[in-house]
Structure formats: C-alpha cells, structure tokens
Design a protein around this ligand. Structure first.
Ligand code: 6R9
Length: 653
C-alpha cells in the first residue's frame, strides 16, 4: 500500500563524476520546446545520428481518423547498422561494444566484443545473408538464444536493408510458424539449442516443426550454440561455416528514414498477435536519445539491460539505443536465479555495471530469495537502476532502492510499449524527485492526456484518473501493423478519435505525476510479458475435449498477474487432474511456456448475457477473490452459474 512517507522519497544522488545530462530546469525547458515546437526540437535531436542524405522535412504526422499517417525525417536516408557500428570505429574501435555473459558461467567464458570485432562479424553475417539471396526489403525471422549472433543478425539485416522479425526463443513451433508466414519471411536464423537456466530448448527442432507449415522456399540458417547433434535438411545452412568464409567487408546500404527496420509481433486484445512495424530513422533517433537521457549514459559506463532481444526492450535498450550511442552493453543469456539467486549481482560485480535495467517480476523473485544474495557482491559500481514491463509495487521498489541501490541509485520506472519504440513516461535521474511506483513524467515530445473512458472527454487538472492517450506523434512511434494498416488505425486511433490509445489506465496525481494502473483491455501482463487472453482462449478451445474457455488475469505475487482459465468441457468429458495437466502442456505447445495457465477451473457453464456475451468482469472478480463486489448480475441468462463458479474457485495459496 502507498504511504505518505513513500511518496515523499527524495531523489537519490546521481553522479559523483559528471553532471547528469538533464537536470530539472533543463528538463522543463526542453520539454516545453519539444511540445510547442516539435519541428525545431526534433530537427536538432535528429542530428544525434548520422544521415547519408540529411532530412529537410522533420515531422509529417496525422492521427486523423481514416488518415493516420506517421512520418519523421521522411526525406532523409541513413543506415542503422553504420550508425551503431561504423561511425564509432575511428574513435572507439577497440572499445568493448558487447559484453556477452553466458547462461552457465562454469561452462562458458564471458566474451568482450569490441566495435571493430562487431563490425567484422556483422559484415560477415550480412554477406552470408546476401549469399542466401536476402535483399533489401526482404523479411528475416530471428529465433535465437541471447548470444552475440542475435545482435549480429539484427545489425546484418539493418546493414542490407532487410527487415527482421525476432521471435522469442520461448515461443512454440506453432507461434514461430505463424510469424514466419505472417511476414512472408525468406529466411529463419536459429540455433541448435538455447541454454537457459541450466536447461536447453531445442530451437532447431522447433524450427523444423514450424517450417512444416511454411512455404518450401523458406531457408534456415543455423548457429551452432552448443554444437550438439541436430537434424539437418536441404534448407539448412551452417552459419558458423558460412561466416568463417565470408568477407569481412560489406557496404552499408542507403535506407530511407521511413523504411521499416523491424517487425515485432505483440499480443493485443484480439486473437492474433499484431506485427508492429518500426521505422529506421525516427526509431533510431528516439531509441538513442531515450537511452542516453533516461539512463544518464556517459562514456565509459557499462550498461546492462536484462531483457531478451525477443521483446521490444531488447531491441531498443540492449542493441539499437546503446550501440547508436557508442556504449558498452551487456547481453545476458541466462536467468536471474541460475546457478543461484545471486546471478544478477554476481554479473554486476564482475563487469562493474553502472546502469542496471530489469523487470519488477525479477525484483520480486529475488526479493523473495533474500538480501544475503545481494550482499555477497560489491555493487558499488551501480549508479542508476531501471524498471520496465509492468507497474512496480512500492515494496519491490523500496527493496530495489535500499538493498540493491543502497539508497544512492535513482530508479527510473520506464513506462512504454512495443508500439512506442522507446520510453514514454519516466523519471529522469538528476531531474525528477522520485515516487515509488510512479512512471511520473513524459519524455520529450510525449504529450499524455487522461480521458474519461466512456465519453472520451479529456480530463484536465490533477488528482484525476482515466485512460492514457497520447496527443501527438513522437519519432519512435510504430508506423503500421504489418500488412494491415486498417487494423493499426482501428486498434490505436478509433476508440478515442484524434489520439493514440495506449490500452492502459492511469492516474495523474496532485503533483501532475503519472501512475500507470494497468491494462484496460483484455491484455494481461504476466511477468512483464503481454498476453492476450483471447490467444490463450483460442489455444484452449482448439483442444478436442474443450467446449469453451474464458481467460482472465489474477494478482500473482511474483508474476504480477497470473493466468486464470475457466474451462467448459465437451459433453461426456470428465474433469481430472490428468486432463488439467494435459491442457497445460497443450497451451505450452500451442503458444509457449509463458502462456501456460496458472490455474484452471472447471466451469460447467460461463456467465453470459442473454445475447451470449461472456461477462468477463464477473470472471475477473471471482479470480481476484473479490466476489463480494460482483456488481449487477441481473442481465445474466442464468445467474446460478456464478454461484457454482464461486463455490469451486481455485485456491491460490
Ligand atoms: C516495454 C514493454 C507494454 C505494457 C504497457 C503497460 C505495461 C510497461 C510499465 C508498464 C507500468 C511501467 N508496462 N512498462 N506498466 N509501469 N513502467 O513492456 O512493452 O511488452 O509491449 O508491454 O506493459 O501495461 O501497455 P510491452
């Protein structure tokens, strides 16, 4: 629970060596300019990256219904890979670009990859892609563990103008296949195995299964991560062997600012994940700027974001942002609790990490393991801590602040989305007086508005709550849904006309600080990962014994939200623990382990309106154990089903 003394928390000291990039007066001045004269502001900020042909037009954007069109720096050309690598060679060729930390420190050694080595490897990989017929505009799916080759593959695509679409290595063959087909990929880059937390995912075998449902022409490039035995077919190419032979020089293509850099599929409130499309120019400017300012990144810092490149956080804040800034970025293959619950802190100590960016779910899990794991290590290099993915509860915030940051590292609680490309609301170290649990202030160029959910009226003033929308475009914003611009407009610009709708609820407190209250649509947030309830439902009903299913979120101590499924079986099928297990395994194989329901309740019937709509509000309340407040149930076709569901609700202990 929120208390007054938490709200009064002072900002921690920021920097002992150098002044922060932005202090409070600078923030106020720059923010004002960014929203009153975006052309001038971004016209200047756009220069933080190198352009082949400089832009003359900065902003050309419209949120107008039926005509949503977003362009930034539209007549400029650039190459993202050259911005992340080549332009640093002269001044920092021997500086470490990527520190790779393996899953199991006993089995593998860490790697330090300099900018010069990165250049060599990315050029080689780009030449391998070209050799396989990949051309500008082609799509390449990347399904890799957190190994340097994942970054090489991203940057190699960017170098030749191919569009990458990364599929998280925890996704199932079905999910992978759907994404390969969804963007019409020419090539899949995968590995033999993905070691993680001491276990191994069979990526190559998953890819084989996925490719059974794809066009015969899709080729497969395989990185040998463990080198263990795998199947090998005519479509497969050995990445290590091809890279060894490939030339280490590959010119960087000239790419239009608005040409897509990548597609990333993300869950929405309807069944099918959407292919979020990001641009090259605007995206890179925004990723670079947010990385530098939010984390107060300075030369010589060692920055670590614990995300996976399968999520947007890994795109913007492991690869593109840090490398565009000539930074040193840590890439971690493992999990927070392997070999033990001290792993994060051991890595911070070992590499002298200065900025550490993780998710509340990890903090809660490590908080549970006890502070002795943290205290074993020297964390004096840390200067700034970050949080992302879901609201951070004040208990976790305080533990992070006290035990990890020793009260001297500002915590940046960054609110943003796959769709936004970079941070939207966040405190800035050295500029913002921190409040545990609040995302606080808009980043430059971001104009948040709070709307009344049903009327869509703008709510002015402070001490108010509603849905979070954004009034005007920012350079990192997604441009479209791959192959379906209409869906883009419908999802983000139709509920509240003239605004970008985030799908989140929020509160603006008495000081004007923003607090995200969570999704207002049928998207749940499990361990910081977005899951559409409709996706899990359609996986469940695809099982032959399931007649109907409804999925909702419920509060989960570690994951933030857990997945609660109500399942109605086909006539003649009997509920059993074995069937429950079978359904869990089924959903894992349909979508991936992150979608496995935590609780499955057998529901002889679901509460429906007379028109047949499932009343999720009621199911949510029951799952939350809050059935004293079910609200009006009089419109239900059969109110008695509710009593049965309450009586048989799952024990969450
Ligand atoms: C970057 C990322 C986006 C959803 C978003 C919101 C939640 C993310 C948050 C946060 C509160 C924060 N979210 N950061 N909620 N405070 N600091 O997570 O992207 O996977 O697309 O998820 O995550 O609900 O709408 P994505």
């Amino acid at each position: 629970m929120m208390t007054e003394d938490l709200l009064a928390a002072e900002p921690s000291p920021v920097h002992e060596r150098q002044a922060p990039h932005v202090d409070a007066p600078t923030y106020a001045r720059m923010y004002r300019q960014s929203v009153t004269d975006p052309e001038a502001f971004w016209g200047q900020e756009g220069k933080r990256i190198d352009w082949i042909r400089p832009y003359t037009r900065v902003k050309n954007t419209s949120f107008e219904p039926g005509n949503v069109d977003i362009r930034w720096f539209e007549d400029g050309t650039l190459n993202v890979s050259a911005n992340c690598i080549d332009r640093h060679l002269e001044t920092r060729g021997d500086q470490v670009a990527i520190i790779w930390e393996p899953d199991d420190p006993e089995k593998d050694a860490a790697q330090h990859i300099t900018y010069r080595e990165l250049h060599r490897n990315v050029c080689k990989m780009a030449n391998v892609l070209k050799g396989l017929g990949v051309e500008k505009g082609d799509r390449v799916v990347i399904y890799l563990p957190m190994i340097p080759e994942a970054a090489y593959a991203m940057l190699a695509c960017a170098r030749i103008g191919a569009i990458h679409s990364i599929v998280f290595a925890g996704f199932s063959p079905d999910a992978l296949g759907a994404r390969i087909n969804g963007c019409g990929a020419k090539l899949v880059i995968t590995a033999d195995y993905a070691p993680r937390g001491g276990r191994e995912t069979k990526l190559k075998s998953n890819t084989d299964t996925a490719l059974l449902h794809c066009d015969d022409h899709v080729q497969c490039l395989v990185v040998k991560r463990t080198g263990a035995q795998t199947t090998w077919t005519a479509q497969d190419h050995d990445c290590n062997a091809l890279m060894a032979e490939a030339s280490a020089e590959c010119p960087a293509e000239e790419i239009g600012a608005e040409d897509p850099l990548f597609i990333l599929y993300t869950s929405g409130s309807t069944g099918q994940p959407k292919g979020v499309v990001h641009s090259s120019g605007g995206y890179l400017v925004y990723a670079a700027m947010t990385h530098q300012i939010t984390f107060d990144y300075h030369d010589g810092d060692i920055y670590w974001c614990t995300a996976d490149v399968g999520w947007v956080t890994g795109h913007s804040y492991i690869v593109y942002g840090p490398l565009a800034n000539g930074g040193t970025t840590v890439m971690f293959e493992g999990v927070p609790t392997y070999p033990d619950a001290g792993r994060f802190w051991e890595v911070c100590d070992k590499h002298k990490v200065t900025q550490f960016y993780t998710a509340p779910t990890a903090i809660r899990a490590l908080m549970g393991a006890g502070k002795e794991w943290v205290e074993k290590y020297d964390l004096s290099s840390l200067r700034i801590l970050g949080s992302v993915g879901e609201p951070i509860n004040p208990e976790a915030w305080n533990w992070y602040n006290d035990v990890v940051g020793k009260g001297r590292c500002p915590i940046v609680d960054t609110f943003w989305q796959t769709e936004t490309g970079g941070h939207m609301l966040t405190p800035l170290p050295g500029a913002t007086k921190l409040k545990p649990g609040a995302a606080q202030q808009p980043f430059f160029g971001v104009q948040p508005v709070v709307l009344e959910p049903t009327s869509g009226e703008v709510i002015e003033g402070n001490g108010v709550e509603g849905v979070l929308c954004i009034k005007d475009s920012w350079p990192g914003q997604m441009r479209t849904v791959w192959g379906d611009h209409e869906r883009f407009e419908k999802t983000y610009f139709s509920d509240y006309k003239g605004y970008y709708f985030s799908g989140d609820g929020c509160r603006r407190d008495e000081d004007g600080d923003y607090w995200i209250t969570g999704r207002v649509d049928d998207v749940i947030n499990v361990s910081g990962h977005r899951m559409g309830t409709a996706e899990v439902e359609s996986a469940l009903v695809a099982h032959e014994k399931v007649a109907e299913a409804a999925v909702v979120g419920y509060p989960h101590e570690i994951k933030g939200q857990g997945i609660y499924a109500y399942v109605t079986l086909m006539d003649g099928e009997e509920p059993s623990d074995a069937l429950r297990k079978e359904l869990e395994v089924w959903v894992r194989s349909e979508i991936g382990p992150i979608a496995k329901p935590d609780l499955i309740q057998w529901a002889p019937g679901l509460p429906k309106t007379r028109s047949g709509k499932i009343m999720r509000r009621i199911l949510r309340k029951i799952a939350e154990d809050d059935f004293g407040a079910l609200g009006d149930t009089s419109t239900l076709a059969d109110p008695s089903v509710v009593d049965d569901l309450i009586a048989n609700r799952m024990n969450r202990a």
